[in-house]
Ligand binder design. Structure first.
Ligand SMILES: Cc1cc2nc3c(=O)[nH]c(=O)nc-3n(C[C@H](O)[C@H](O)[C@H](O)COP(=O)(O)OP(=O)(O)OC[C@H]3O[C@@H](n4cnc5c(N)ncnc54)[C@H](O)[C@@H]3O)c2cc1C
Ligand code: SF4
Length: 805
């Protein structure tokens, strides 16, 4: 079968994504040609803001290098715009005179920056913010000029202004309206945003209308309608965009604001389609990527002959890529036509929320400061859920919950077709499929395979949660313990945390100049842990930085249910506890009751919403079976009953567990006590293993079971239980202070050197110092997390209530 010729005009985000979708569905169907006007291969336009804000380089935002086009056998006509389209002869001519025929053609010519038609707008130094070339010009200008004016206080203008401030310029944003981002924010949120941006060095002139741009050849300033003047060496116009429709008009296609398309993305000419910002569907033109990718999917189905649902328009939402200004806006945010609103402002944290409601449905959302509930609200809006059963208070709970998220933020509970990465239109199902099908182990690998997380990066935490959900402990972490957000090693970070007295992850990101100021799932838990160790009193643990298991204090299982594993110190229990466990298991119809590998009884298959009640009814403490922390002490039956036992293994095991439970460690930390060298508790493969001998206890360290089995090494033999307990504490603290997050004791011991660790632990002085620091860390923090949840109804609602729909 001869292949049809498919021509794409516009080498930008929507067009190339459509081609990728087509190749995914049927790579053999078309001979593909792409005509691009710009002198670059496909890049992520969204991230131009990051380039300007010093977070990424141009190289890093190229999505498809030349090699991709070659691999896919796509002919790229580069730096040569299409200038005429003949729909009858099915031919396109480019500026350089090339003629290219096609069977089917996609127009994806995007938009242009709208340049205000005022005197002086063509002067040197007046730029739009749309392309790599615009961005390079801004970066170049910032090297030799100082004063910049940005006209337009919308999303793009603010990102441009922040970028220019980061380049060292004195920047004034000139805005026509009373508050910033007036189409996405209401007055209150707009004002909060302005105050935060002023803190970051931006200046503002509000309600100012530019009447003239001053200068002879190069811009020197702006003149406003009230006669006042602002000096400027550069002017960035961010007052809107206009769909690029010149080619479509010339070809005689139907064009309103954009190129008119039907629900199958077809223009008024058969076989000629349009996607992206240049297209107008049901009277709407979109200026954000998520809808464009949805359009691309429909078109890819159409062009590969797949049955597909018609494109029915998209619900859009907005956030801003400026660190420290968290905002979220979606839907109708004006109180007109029967729309009413409820709002809350928390002056302590500067958080603001406003929900717009009509006919018992959320129709609009504005969040500022605390955006942790954006998913919950957006779901209500998108799914048009009836909220009559919810009170205003349950709609607007104060603050974000001490554990940093609500039930709807638990991405493991989302439906497969829900979008995780809005920038790239990637659903949960696609990510799970990629993790499982391609055996992916890290966020970077997921991004490479699916593009999710490759733009603004806000969804990286959710991708991390999905990886943990599928892989558990097999999620890859960087060997140095730190990630692509920074070039600093673990040691450099820990050193600077101490030197600079940093006590929050945000301070670490800010002061240590992380490229990604929000961090990622690799570094967030690691930094939270390093801060916990460095400043146990000053640093309040940041649950939002913890993975889902630790946030919910229960392991998530492969079907989305959870496990409940109560502590049985030293593996010992009582008839009362057993009856209690049996009663709870029966009452909640627990599908599986199992004795775990660590001598505890696990209840598996528990619904998330049942967790708090079960914990309350069990009235037992958490065994931390989900945590990077001291887990349990396995013991043999020992001298109390066994003929061979020389020591009280159960008694010592219980003492060790009581003393060190709930202490965070770089990775899970398991212990064992056997009362004789037969080692029935398998203490030779524990992080800290004890074997009873005639005259005392042999101590082994660095043994690991699991994927890489490692035999523990004999550290020393001691005479008393107290010595065992002290050496164990010193070992724990030394591992905490020097371990890389997610590094087990076996590789840690290899890295540190056994002799070195031995010397430290056997020095009475050093041991005392380590124990002192461990005691400080334990003080005030040692609480049973289950009990905390049981005592706090708000936590229960925020974390364990399930939002259905
Ligand atoms: C700085 C910046 C930040 C942004 N941030 C966000 C964000 O955070 N979230 C979000 O959702 N969206 C954001 N956007 C918007 C997003 O980038 C666009 O919605 C998206 O790029 C549109 O895709 P498109 O393919 O329709 O157009 P484009 O990506 O602009 O691609 C169109 C391409 O067609 C080319 N072209 C035009 N005419 C011709 C012709 N005749 N022949 C050949 N080629 C032609 C153009 O040169 C361009 O390369 C941002 C945009 C900018 C500029
Ligand atoms: S380790 Fe020794 S003391 Fe403990 S149960 Fe086994 S044989 Fe008995």
């Amino acid at each position: 079968m001869t292949r049809e010729k498919l021509l794409l005009i516009g080498n930008g985000m929507a067009g190339v994504r459509t081609i990728e979708e087509i190749l995914d569905r049927d790579a053999e169907r078309y001979d593909i040609t792409i005509i691009g006007e710009e002198n670059y291969t496909n890049y992520n336009r969204i991230m131009l803001s990051n380039v300007l804000q010093n977070k990424n380089t141009i190289e890093e935002i190229i999505t498809n290098p030349a090699s991709w086009y070659a691999e896919q056998k796509i002919e790229l006509v580069h730096h040569d715009p299409a200038v005429s389209l003949n729909t009858g002869a099915r031919k396109v001519r480019t500026q350089s005179g090339k003629e290219i025929g096609f069977d089917k053609c996609i127009l994806a010519t995007g938009s242009r920056s709208f340049i205000l038609p005022v005197e002086g707008s063509s002067l040197e130094g007046v730029l739009g913010f749309r392309t790599i070339d615009d961005t390079l010009s801004m970066l170049e200008t910032a090297k030799s000029y100082r004063k910049a004016a940005v006209i337009g206080g919308g999303l793009l203008g603010l990102e441009a202004a922040k970028g220019l401030v980061d380049q060292g310029m004195d920047v004034t944003v000139v805005h026509l309206e009373k508050w910033l981002m007036e189409t996405q924010l209401n007055e209150m949120a707009g004002k909060l945003l302005k105050a935060d941006l002023e803190q970051q060095g931006l200046k503002f002139l509000m309600e100012k209308k530019t009447s003239r741009i001053l200068g002879d050849t190069r811009v020197t300033g702006l003149e406003f309608s009230d006669g006042s003047i602002l000096e400027a060496d550069m002017v960035i116009m961010t007052v809107g965009i206009r769909p690029e429709t010149a080619l479509a008009r010339q070809a005689g296609l139907a064009v309103n604001r954009g190129i008119v398309v039907n629900d199958w993305m077809e223009t008024s000419a058969q076989g000629i389609y349009a996607v992206g910002e240049c297209a107008e569907h049901q009277g709407k033109v979109y200026g954000l990527v998520a809808p464009l990718f949805e359009q691309g999917k429909v078109l890819a189905d159409v062009l590969t002959g797949r049955e597909t649902a018609p494109y029915g328009g998209s619900t859009t939402y907005t956030s801003l890529k400026v660190s420290g200004c968290d905002l979220f806006s979606a839907g109708e945010i004006k109180e007109v036509g029967g729309v009413k609103s409820i709002e809350a402002y928390d002056g302590l944290t500067n958080s603001y929320k406003k929900l717009f409601i009509k006919d018992n449905q959320v129709v609009g959302i504005v969040l500022y400061g605390d955006t942790s509930e954006e998913n919950r609200y957006f779901k209500l809006l998108k799914q048009k859920q009836d909220i009559s059963a919810l009170t205003s208070v349950s709609l607007l709970p104060a603050g974000g919950g001490c554990c940093g998220g609500s039930a709807a933020d638990d991405v493991t509970q989302w439906a497969d077709d829900e979008t995780i990465c809005g920038c790239n239109g990637v659903t949960k199902g696609t990510i799970l499929q990629a993790i499982r099908g391609k055996d992916l182990k890290s966020v970077a690998e997921v991004t490479k395979a699916t593009k999710a997380g490759g733009s603004c990066g806000k969804c990286k935490g959710m991708i991390g949660d999905l990886l943990t959900y599928v892989l558990g402990d097999r999620v890859a972490t960087a060997p140095t313990g730190i990630c692509g957000c920074t070039d600093l090693s673990r040691d450099e970070i820990v050193l600077q945390i101490h030197e600079k007295g940093l006590t929050t992850t945000d301070e670490v990101y800010e002061q240590l100049g992380f490229r990604n100021r929000e961090g990622c799932p690799k570094c967030r838990p690691a930094i939270n842990f390093y801060l916990n160790v460095a400043f146990p009193k000053e640093h309040g643990d940041e649950p939002a930085s913890r993975f889902v298991n630790e946030r919910l204090h229960a392991n998530i299982q492969n079907n989305g249910t959870f496990s409940v594993i109560p502590r049985m110190r030293g593996g010992q229990t009582t008839p009362q506890q057993l009856m209690q466990i049996a009663r709870v298991a029966e009452k909640y119809e627990v599908p599986l009751v199992k004795v775990t590998g660590s001598q505890r009884i696990g209840l598996y298959g528990v619904k998330k919403e049942d967790l708090p009640n079960m914990w309350e009814e069990l009235d037992m403490t958490s065994a931390s079976a989900y945590a990077k922390a001291v887990r349990s002490v396995k013991t043999c039956v020992g001298a109390a009953f066994c003929r061979f036992g020389t020591q009280d293994s159960m008694g010592l095991g219980i003492k060790l567990e009581e003393r060190y439970e709930f202490i965070d460690t770089p990775h899970k930390f398991k212990m064992g006590v056997s009362a004789c060298p037969r080692s029935c508790a398998e203490t030779g493969v524990k992080d800290f293993g004890v074997i009873g001998v005639e005259n005392g206890f042999q101590i082994y360290i660095g043994g690991n079971g699991g994927t890489e089995v490692q035999e523990g090494q004999l550290l020393t033999t001691v005479e008393t239980e107290q010595e065992v307990i002290d050496i164990c504490g010193a070992f724990l603290q030394y591992y905490r202070e020097t371990g890389i997050y997610a590094e087990r004791t076996a590789p840690w011991l290899k890295r540190m050197g056994f002799d070195h660790v031995k010397k430290i632990l056997l020095s009475a002085e050093q041991r005392a110092e380590l124990l002192k620091r461990l005691d400080e860390a334990v003080e005030g923090k040692r609480r049973n997390p289950w009990q905390q949840v049981v005592e706090d109804p708000k936590l229960q609602k925020d974390l364990y209530a399930v939002v259905r729909g």
